[in-house]
Design a protein around this ligand. Structure first.
Ligand code: C2O
Ligand code: CU
Length: 441
C-alpha cells in the first residue's frame, strides 16, 4: 500500500494526546494549552483545551446516570459546551442564543443532564465553533451499557485534521470565504488520537469508538490488522452488525466497531482517498494471545427508541442552497460571509424556526442537497431514521451525510421539548449560514 504522511509533515511518530479520565462530579476547565499536534521533535502548538490538554478528558457515565459537570471558562473569549448526540434536556444543550447565554471569560456554568442512551458521544464548544473546535475544544463522552459487550479493550479513537503552518502553529485563517464557500476549512495534517492502551495482543477483541472531530473533513477509514463489524453508528446500536468496509465518517459522526486483532505487529487506522492512503495512527501491539477464539460479533443492546408513525407523519422539505458555483452566488448573495449557505432560502438562526412540532409528532423531512458539495446535517436533541429502500426506517443517526446533488429522506419523532439547532456539521458551512432550528412544544 502506498502510504504517505498526510501532506506537509514528514515523520510518523505516534501522537501522544492528553487523554485522562474524569470522575462523576467533573470539572471541565477550558483554557489555553500547548499540545504536541505535530510528531515529537516538532514544536508544541498553542491550542485551546480542557483540564490542561486537547482532547479533553473522556467523560464516562453509566446509562441512565446523571452528568454533573462544572464548566469553567478560563479562556479570554466566550464559550459554551454542547453534548453532541445526547437526547437530553434542552436547557443543557449548550447553544448560545438558543438554549443559554454565552459563558463569559472567568465565568462558570453547571451542566447537569441525564444519559438516556448508552453509546459513543462527544462534547465540543458550540460558540464560534469553527474556530474553537479547530483549536481543540472537544473531548469524548461515553455512556456505558449496563451489560457491556465482552471485549479485552475498549478504546476511543478521535480523528481530526489540523491546518498547520510551516512554523508549527495552527493557521489563523478562520474567516477565509473561499474555504467556506467550498468544502469548508480542511486541514493539511491528520491523525487518529488513540486513547493510551497497554498490551493489545493478536487474538484480543477490541471495541473501537471512532469519532470524527474534524471541523469539515469527511474521513473514509480503513482498519488494518483486525477483523470485525460495525455495531453502532452515532452512538446507536445497529440491530444487525455490518462489515466495516466502506466506513465513512462525516464530521461529528461516530462508529463503534468490535473486532478481533488478527495481526501481531500492526493495528492501524488508514485514511483512504482517491489520491492515496495515509496512516492516521496505530495502536501499539504486544505479541499474541492464543486464548481467545474469534467468534461472531453480537449486536449491542438497543436503546429505547420511539418508532415513527409514518402514516400520520407531516412531510417537510429542507433544501440546502448556496456555496461556490450556485445560483445563490450568481445572484450576488455571497458578499456576506454569514449568508453563503442557506436552508430554504434562509441563512442563520432567526426568530422563525424551520418548523414548530407538537411534542411526539413524527415528521418526514426530505433533505435536498442542491449544491456542489456534500453536507453532514445534524439535529440536536434527537436522533432520526434515514429512510431506506421500501420506505422503511433505516439507520438511526444524529448526523447524516448528503452527497452533492443528492437527496435523503429522514423520519424523526420530535419528542424532546425545546428549541433545537439543525445545522450542517461542516463547521465552516455552519459559520457561513447553514443553520436553522426547530421548536418542539
Ligand atoms: Cu456537534 Cu450543533 O453540534
Ligand atoms: Cu455543509
Amino acid at each position: 500500500m502506498n502510504r504517505r504522511d498526510f501532506l506537509i509533515v514528514a515523520g510518523a511518530a505516534a501522537l501522544t494526546p492528553h487523554i485522562a479520565f474524569a470522575s462523576t462530579q467533573t470539572q471541565l476547565m477550558a483554557q489555553p494549552v500547548r499540545a504536541q499536534i505535530l510528531p515529537e521533535g516538532h514544536p508544541a502548538t498553542a491550542m485551546l483545551g480542557f483540564n490542561g490538554g486537547t482532547p479533553g478528558p473522556v467523560l464516562k457515565m453509566q446509562q441512565g446516570g446523571m452528568f454533573d459537570i462544572r464548566f469553567m471558562n478560563r479562556l479570554d473569549e466566550d464559550s459554551a459546551i454542547h453534548w453532541h448526540g445526547l437526547r437530553t434536556d434542552n436547557a443543557m444543550d449548550g447553544v448560545p442564543g438558543l438554549t443559554q447565554e454565552v459563558v463569559k471569560p472567568g465565568a462558570e456554568f453547571a451542566y447537569r443532564f441525564h444519559a438516556p442512551d448508552a453509546g459513543t458521544f462527544w462534547y465540543h464548544s458550540h460558540n464560534r465553533s469553527l474556530e474553537q473546535v479547530a483549536k481543540g475544544l472537544y473531548g469524548p463522552l461515553i455512556v456505558e451499557e449496563s451489560a457491556p459487550p465482552d471485549v479485552d479493550h475498549d478504546l476511543v479513537v478521535m480523528i481530526d485534521d489540523w491546518r498547520m503552518t510551516e512554523a508549527g502553529t495552527l493557521a489563523d485563517d478562520f474567516d477565509n470565504m473561499h474555504d467556506q464557500a467550498h468544502d469548508g476549512r480542511l486541514g493539511n495534517y491528520a491523525r487518529a488520537l488513540v486513547e493510551p492502551v497497554k498490551q493489545v495482543q493478536r487474538g484480543d477483541r477490541v471495541r473501537l469508538r471512532l469519532i470524527n472531530v474534524a471541523t469539515d473533513r469527511i474521513f473514509p477509514v480503513i482498519i488494518e490488522g483486525a477483523d470485525g463489524m460495525v455495531v453502532a453508528l452515532d452512538g446507536m446500536p445497529l440491530p444487525n452488525p455490518r462489515p466495516m468496509s466502506d466506513l465513512v465518517l462525516a464530521p461529528a459522526q461516530r462508529a463503534d466497531i468490535i473486532a478481533d486483532v488478527t495481526s501481531s505487529d500492526h493495528l492501524a487506522f488508514i485514511f483512504q482517498t482517491r489520491e492515496g492512503s495515509y496512516l492516521l495512527g496505530e495502536i501499539p501491539m504486544d505479541g499474541e494471545n492464543a486464548v481467545r477464539v474469534p467468534s461472531q460479533v453480537p449486536a449491542l443492546v438497543p436503546n429505547a427508541v420511539a418508532q415513527p408513525d409514518m402514516d400520520k407523519a407531516v412531510s417537510l422539505t429542507l433544501s440546502m442552497e448556496g456555496g461556490a458555483m450556485s445560483r445563490r452566488m450568481m445572484r450576488g448573495m455571497m458578499g456576506r460571509r454569514d449568508a453563503i449557505w442557506a436552508f430554504n432560502g434562509q441563512s442563520g438562526v432567526t426568530d422563525r424556526p424551520f418548523h414548530r412540532f407538537a411534542r411526539g409528532q413524527t415528521a418526514r423531512i426530505k433533505l435536498i442537497n442542491d449544491t456542489r458539495f456534500p453536507h453532514g446535517i445534524h439535529l440536536h436533541g434527537h436522533h432520526f431514521f434515514e429512510i431506506g429502500a421500501g420506505d422503511t426506517p433505516g439507520d438511526f443517526r444524529d448526523t447524516t451525510l448528503v452527497e452533492a446533488g443528492g437527496t435523503r429522506e429522514i423520519a424523526c419523532v420530535f419528542d424532546n421539548p425545546g428549541k433545537w439547532l439543525l445545522h450542517c456539521h461542516m463547521l465552516g458551512h455552519q459559520a457561513a449560514g447553514m443553520k436553522t432550528w426547530v421548536d418542539v412544544i
